[in-house]
Design a protein around this ligand. Structure first.
Ligand code: AMP
Length: 290
C-alpha cells in the first residue's frame, strides 16, 4: 500500500511543501493546477493528500495519513502525539506577544494581571504566560489578531510574524517570543514502527534531509596556480576541504572544487580572482547526502 503524505493545499506552506517533494523526485502537480483534486497518486509508492496545514497534525495522529508537512507552530499548538522527523528549513516565522505602541508594557514582566490576550494559539499562549507566572485571560480567535486591540477586544495579542512589519502597520510592538517555527516533516508513531511503512518514511526523511542540506549551498570550481594552494585551503574549508585536481598539460596549475555557502560565494570569487584564478564556475546543488 502506498505511503500517504499530507501537504498544505494552500497558504504559506503550500508552495514550499510541493517544492521539496518535487526536489526529491515526486512528480506532484499543485492543488491549484486542479482545484477539485484532493489526492495525487504517484505510482504505487506514494499518495499525496492536499489539506489545510492546521488539520495535518490531527490527520497524522489518527493515521488517516502516515506522514505530512506542516508548521512546527501548528504541531506544538495541537499537542498531538506525532513524531517531528525533520526540520525542513522553510516557512520561518515566530509566534510573538505584541502590545499596542502606547501600552506601558515593555516586556512580559510588565503585563498586568488578568490582561486579555487575543490569539489563534490559545494552548501555546496559555502555557507561555503560565511559565512566566502571569495570569492572563485568553480571547480565542481564528485570525486577524492584530486588529483586536483597536477594537477593544484585547489588551495584547500573540500572532505569527516573519519580519514584524504587519505589527508595525497596526501600531503594535513585540514584547516577547512564544516560539520560533519552520515547516516540519511529521510522522505517525505507529506507522513508524511498521516495518514497511517505517522503512519508506525513513527513506523519505533521508531524501528530504539531502535536499535541506543542499539549500543555500553552491558547487564552486576554479583553476588556480599551484603556488596558491595553501591560501585556497585557508579560504575554502569546505565540507571535507576542497578537492584539488591536476590539470592536464599544465603542471603548475590545479583545479579546485568545493561546496560553499551561497552567502560566501561572492567573497570567495573576489579572493580567487585576486589569486589569479581562471575558469571560475558556480553550480547549484540538488542534494547533499552527508
Ligand atoms: P496558512 O494559514 O495556511 O497560510 O499557513 C500558516 C502557517 O504558515 C503558519 O502556521 C506557519 O507555520 C507558517 N508561516 C510562515 N510565515 C508566516 C507568517 N509570516 N505568518 C503566518 N504564518 C506563517
Amino acid at each position: 500500500m502506498a505511503l500517504r503524505i499530507a501537504i498544505p493545499n494552500k497558504g504559506r506552506l503550500a508552495e514550499g511543501s510541493l517544492g521539496v517533494l518535487r526536489q526529491i523526485g515526486l512528480r506532484v502537480a499543485s492543488a491549484r493546477e486542479d482545484d477539485r483534486r484532493l489526492y495525487a497518486h504517484l505510482a504505487d509508492k506514494y499518495s499525496v493528500l492536499f489539506v489545510r496545514a492546521a488539520d495535518i497534525p490531527e490527520f497524522v495522529r489518527t493515521g488517516v495519513v502516515d506522514c505530512g508537512i506542516t508548521g512546527h507552530d501548528l504541531v506544538a499548538e495541537s499537542g498531538k502525539n506525532v513524531a517531528e522527523l525533520l526540520d525542513l528549513h522553510f516557512g520561518h516565522c515566530r509566534l510573538v506577544v505584541a502590545a499596542p505602541d502606547d501600552s506601558p508594557a515593555q516586556s512580559i514582566g510588565d503585563v498586568p494581571e488578568g490582561a486579555l490576550v487575543a490569539t489563534a494559539f490559545p494552548n501555546l499562549t496559555s502555557a507561555f504566560f503560565a511559565k512566566h507566572a502571569k495570569h492572563v485571560r485568553i480571547v480565542p480567535i481564528t485570525g486577524a489578531a492584530e486588529i483586536t486591540p483597536q477594537l477593544g477586544v484585547a489588551d495584547l495579542i500573540t500572532d505569527l510574524v516573519e519580519t514584524g512589519s504587519t505589527l508595525a502597520l497596526h501600531r503594535l510592538r513585540e514584547i516577547g517570543t512564544v516560539l520560533t517555527s519552520t515547516a516540519t516533516f511529521i510522522g505517525n508513531p505507529a506507522a513508524l514502527e511498521d516495518p514497511k511503512r517505517g522503512a519508506r518514511m525513513r527513506e523519505l526523511v533521508g531524501s528530504l534531509e539531502s535536499v535541506v542540506h543542499a539549500q543555500r549551498k553552491r558547487y564552486l570550481m576554479a583553476n588556480l596556480p599551484r603556488s596558491r594552494l595553501e591560501e585556497v585551503r585557508a579560504l575554502i574549508p569546505g565540507v571535507s576541504g576542497p578537492t584539488i585536481m591536476n590539470l592536464m598539460g599544465k603542471d603548475d596549475w590545479v583545479a579546485v572544487h568545493a561546496v560553499v555557502s551561497e552567502d560566501e560565494v561572492n567573497g570567495i570569487i573576489a579572493c580567487l580572482k585576486g589569486m589569479g584564478a581562471t575558469g571560475i564556475l558556480v553550480l547549484p546543488i540538488e542534494r547533499m547526502v552527508l
